[in-house]
Design a protein around this ligand. Structure first.
Ligand SMILES: [Fe+2]
Length: 280
């Protein structure tokens, strides 16, 4: 078969059933026994892929498995409004940082991203952003923080010294503005309750390509910042295994408002989903 034809087929690696790009089942080799590819009573039209609801927002695909999600523009309105000053049509991919597997639950990585409380302690050498210059943002399903730096230094190759805003959209979309013309988006993929794989994608927002030296600089900064966060999140994961943490912990009423909002949404979503399982 020609290469171009293969590219138009989705093939299951388990029993080699294949589907066209609309999800229709096209072949089910040997399903009725050796060389019986179309047994009597087997209706190909009954066994297509299940459709799911998706929305493409710029470079990112949002997936809704139960089909009950609101329209994306309505759901994500609090987040979209906070980035109105960015022209997303000028978005250009610059680089990917692949951190591989981190020994922590995905929620710790989100919580760590939301709150600014740890920045001047955990990132004391990789950022020049002081706690006092930070503010928190909580707007329904969108939460995070921002920091205003009076004397920005966009050429600092070892520490973040710029005004930034970093937000999360429930449950796991993460986006931040760093430097005047850059955004970063994280992808946190839960592998198991104690393991998450993480990538950070870096873009420019002024339509310009980033030069090799600049890519090297921002990759270096972000690699170091993320590694500092990973160490903390892995320790949090270990701590949660202790009986001492069974009754929960304490959050700062000032700096961790976003974490509180996220945890409440997680609890609500868990209750809703367990009620729906019981009904079934
Ligand atoms: Fe951090």
């Amino acid at each position: 078969m020609k290469k171009e034809m293969w590219e138009k087929i989705i093939s299951c690696p388990y029993h080699a059933w294949s589907y066209d790009l609309d999800g229709k089942l096209k072949s089910a080799p040997h399903v009725g026994g050796t060389n019986h590819h179309k047994p009597e009573g087997f209706n190909f039209s009954d066994h297509g892929l299940k459709p799911i609801k998706i929305h493409i927002w710029h470079d990112w695909i949002f997936i809704n498995l139960n089909g009950k999600a609101k329209k994306f523009e309505q759901y994500a309105k609090p987040l979209i409004q906070k980035f109105e000053d960015i022209d997303f049509t000028k978005l250009k991919y610059a680089a990917t940082l692949d951190f591989g597997k981190i020994n922590t639950n995905w929620k710790f990585l989100i919580e760590n991203f939301i709150e600014p409380y740890h920045v001047q302690f955990v990132h004391k050498t990789t950022t020049n952003q002081l706690l006092k210059d930070h503010y928190t943002i909580v707007d329904g399903i969108c939460y995070g923080s921002g920091v205003n730096v009076d004397e920005e230094d966009t050429k600092n190759s070892s520490a973040l010294s710029v005004t930034s805003k970093y937000l999360s959209l429930f449950p796991n979309f993460i986006i931040g503005t760093y430097f005047p013309n850059q955004i970063g988006v994280y992808l946190n993929i839960p592998i198991s309750p104690g393991i998450t794989s993480q990538k950070r994608i870096i873009y420019t927002t002024d339509g310009k390509n980033m030069g090799d030296e600049e890519i090297k600089m921002v990759k270096n900064i972000w690699w170091n910042v993320h590694k500092e966060d990973h160490k903390m999140c892995e320790r949090l994961q270990e701590g949660r295994n202790s009986p001492a943490s069974h009754d929960g912990g304490l959050l700062s009423p000032v700096w961790e408002k976003g974490v509180q909002a996220f945890q409440k949404l997680i609890v609500d979503a868990t209750i809703k989903s367990s009620k729906s399982i019981k009904r079934k």
